[in-house]
Design a protein around this ligand. Structure first.
Ligand code: GLU
Length: 496
């Protein structure tokens, strides 16, 4: 059996959209599970809109997602080059062949003429198909006009009756009426190949066996099949994936939220989580399990089970999947992912000592339980680094039983001032004594204790918070962490 060869063929005209990333992912999964080859080809013949910056950023995004390629612009294989702008000679030689065989012809119609014809056809209720005006020009006339410097496009000569069909791996048999297609332009008057032409030559010469791409290319497929036929190339299998939509059933765009892979990365989504989530857009694993690692997806993914209906991008579900992937990380990984955010928030220094990393591992472990994405970690960590007695006062005022609160805090202040080393066990012991001495219990006891330590009504549980601030206070952080006794004494100063 021939070796599976698939390709992802982005145009470097913008940032990598999650819809395209999903296309890349399905290709990648299919290649990996078939021991095949995943090719990256840059379709940069639209010189006006293509930018090297976009090429770089989309390659970075693919790498970040874990979608490495076996052949591509920076991994030359046997079928390169892998940038269309470097393949012009291939297109040119095939065009010459088609012209020589009479399978293609020069078209001198100007864009204005074509537009006029198009409008006329539409006004008459017809389809805007090229009239074929230039298809029967004599070779002498063609030569004369070319010699006189007239610019010309090249069109493929195609049959205008009957139909053309193929079996789509996702959508089944698809049939197209040839009378609605007309002779497609294969080379523009600028000399650059049209997408529908270049893509076929590249896919054929690169020996691509399966084309997996978005269904916005379904209408291009019959034109491409006509090119395959004219060049006597055997066509690959096609699989067209449904579009990725927002919840309102319109194409996923910035209106819905982040769409660029890079943005998800910045927002603290893990690469493994985005990889996992994208695989579920239009496909579901057989047993309904949704949290899956890369290797599991490689073995479970089934192109034949990909759904025809549009896939809805659900940001909440992505957050949930991200949370599940966060849980799987080691303490060190959590610390490393938390670090840039906490550094940016100025809580952590530029250079961290090993003991600071050890502390951060413990802190990140606890804080990560409370977040859906790492970009939220600074907000959760603020309780460790920031403490304002004014907030304590505010929070206490919100309390119904203020008298109890003041008594509890005062007594706690006395007790904590008398111990050298404080930890959660000591806290529990003191809380018990305070309950006995003040008669305040339950929420009336624990809420004021939490507020005087954290200046907040909710957040990390105290059994986690206390060891973190006690140990954190011994570290030399840019924003010094205050230990429990400092916090209580500062609050008391303000309250008394
Ligand atoms: N460059 C095309 C795009 O980005 C590729 C389409 C294809 O896969 O054939 O849409």
């Amino acid at each position: 059996m021939e070796r599976v060869r698939v390709r992802f063929a982005p145009s470097p005209t913008g940032f990598l959209h999650v819809g395209n990333a999903r296309t890349a992912l399905f290709n990648w999964l299919f290649a990996r599970q078939n021991n095949g080859v995943f090719v990256l080809r840059i379709e940069d013949t639209d010189v006006e809109r293509s930018e090297t910056e976009f090429e770089k950023s989309l390659m970075n995004d693919l790498r970040w997602l874990g979608l490495g390629w076996d052949e591509g612009p920076d991994a030359e294989g046997d079928f390169g080059p892998y940038r269309q702008s470097q393949r012009l000679e291939f297109y040119r030689s095939h065009t010459q062949k088609l012209l020589d065989e009479g399978k293609a012809y020069y078209c001198f119609c100007s864009p204005e003429e074509i537009e006029k014809e198009r409008k006329k056809a539409l006004a008459e209720g017809g389809m805007p198909v090229y009239s074929g005006k230039c298809c029967s020009l004599s070779s002498e006339e063609v030569q004369r006009r070319l010699d006189s410097g007239e610019t010309a496009a090249v069109r493929l000569r195609t049959p205008h009756t009957g139909d053309i069909s193929y079996d789509d791996l996702v959508r089944g048999n698809l049939r197209f009426d040839l009378s609605l297609i007309g002779d497609p332009v294969i080379v523009r008057s600028s000399g650059l190949p049209a997408y529908n032409y270049a893509v076929v030559i590249d896919d054929a010469l690169m020996k691509i066996t399966h084309i997996i791409r978005g269904e916005d290319h379904i209408s291009n497929t019959p034109r491409q099949l006509l090119v395959y036929e004219a060049l006597s190339f055997s066509p690959p299998r096609f699989a067209h994936l449904s579009m990725v939509m927002g919840k309102d059933n319109t194409r996923l765009s910035k209106r819905h939220g982040a769409t660029a892979v890079e943005q998800f990365e910045k927002d603290g989504i893990l690469s493994s989580a985005l990889f996992n989530y994208l695989s579920l857009l239009g496909w579901a694993p057989p047993d309904g399990q949704e949290v899956l690692a890369r290797e599991e997806l490689v073995s479970l993914f089934d192109l034949k089970k990909v759904s025809r209906s549009s896939a809805i991008f659900d940001y909440d579900k992505l957050s949930w999947i991200n949370r599940q992937h966060i849980k799987e990380l080691s303490p060190r990984q959590k610390a490393e992912l938390a670090y840039p955010h906490l550094h940016r928030a100025k809580f952590l220094p530029e250079k961290m000592s090993e003991t600071q990393w050890e502390w951060l591992e413990k802190a990140a472990e606890k804080l990560a339980e409370r977040i859906d994405r790492f970009s939220d970690i600074s907000q959760e960590a603020a309780v460790l680094f920031e403490f304002s007695p004014i907030d304590v006062e505010e929070e206490i005022k919100k309390e119904s039983n203020t008298e109890c609160a003041f008594n509890v805090i005062r007594l706690f202040g006395k007790k904590i001032a008398s111990v050298k080393e404080f930890d959660y066990d000591k806290f529990a012991e003191m809380a018990k004594e305070i309950r006995e001495e003040t008669g305040c219990k339950g929420k009336d006891l624990y809420h004021p204790l939490r507020i005087v330590l954290t200046a907040k009504g909710s957040g990390l549980d105290l059994d986690k918070f206390i060891p973190l601030v006690e140990e954190g206070a011994k570290q030399n952080f840019p924003v010094p962490v205050k230990n429990c006794s400092q916090r209580v004494s500062e609050a008391l100063k303000l309250l008394e």
